[in-house]
Design a protein around this ligand. Structure first.
Ligand code: FMN
Length: 210
């Protein structure tokens, strides 16, 4: 599949074949591909909870507008965005700084500057923390869906769920936002996909305000 074909054939599919499993190897490949997504200072504030057990998917579904695809799909992902990812002391921020020093992208003496930039750019307020976590995790989530399509899988993103209830049900720590769920599997062959949805035109997308 060309990249253009991947872009144009990805759809939010409502019906998954519950009898068609996704092998771990394929899921891992999809995650590995999506992990190439860019992020501010390469902080990568994303994580995934992978639900495969029917009982777990049903626990999620009850807090997700009872959307059937959550449990029909062989896998449903809870996508997490760490609002504390840019906070000094976060293990991945530490790892990131070490990697930058090791690769020569940053000098050891720039530590204080790096922490200051992270704080002022990404951690200055609650809104900024959530924005940082969610915008970067959005790139990762989109990459997951495109990677899935390129591997012959179908997906469905969802934000129709009760974030507080999902947090409580799966004991998700307070530092994570939950921007969306993504069901992953194979489109059910006896169903018909709805026609492609409308999209904004270039003229509708490009704006300026001065
Ligand atoms: C962040 C996000 C949340 C969404 N939440 C839901 C949802 O909870 N339930 C649903 O049926 N569709 C949901 N959708 C699917 C959109 O309605 C769908 O992507 C859009 O209509 C475009 O259709 P397409 O993806 O097939 O091109 C969501 C999509 C995104 C990106």
């Amino acid at each position: 599949m060309t990249f253009k074909e991947v872009l144009y054939s990805r759809r939010a599919v409502n019906f998954f074949d519950p009898d068609k499993d996704v092998p771990d190897l394929l899921l891992n490949k999809m995650i590995e591909m999506a992990a190439q997504a860019p992020s501010g200072f390469n902080i990568q504030p994303w994580s995934l909870i992978v639900l495969k057990e029917q009982a777990d998917k049903l626990r999620l579904q009850q807090h997700a507008w009872n959307q059937q695809k959550v449990s029909d799909a062989p896998i449903t992902l809870i996508v997490l965005a760490d609002t504390e990812a840019s906070k000094p002391g976060n293990p991945f921020l530490e790892k990131n700084f070490r990697e930058m020093v090791n690769s020569g992208a940053m000098a050891e003496e720039q530590r204080e500057w790096f922490d200051g930039v992270c704080e002022s750019l990404y951690g200055a307020s609650e809104a900024r923390k959530v924005a940082f976590a969610c915008k970067n995790t959005g790139f990762f989530a989109m990459s997951l869906m495109l990677a899935a399509k390129s591997l012959g899988l179908d997906t469905h993103p969802m934000d129709g769920f009760d974030i507080d209830a999902v947090r409580e049900e799966f004991e998700i720590p307070a530092n994570y936002w939950i921007p969306l769920l993504i069901s992953v599997g194979y489109f059910k062959s006896d169903q018909t996909l709805t026609p492609p949805k409308w999209r904004k035109t270039i003229d509708e997308i490009i704006v300026r305000f001065d």
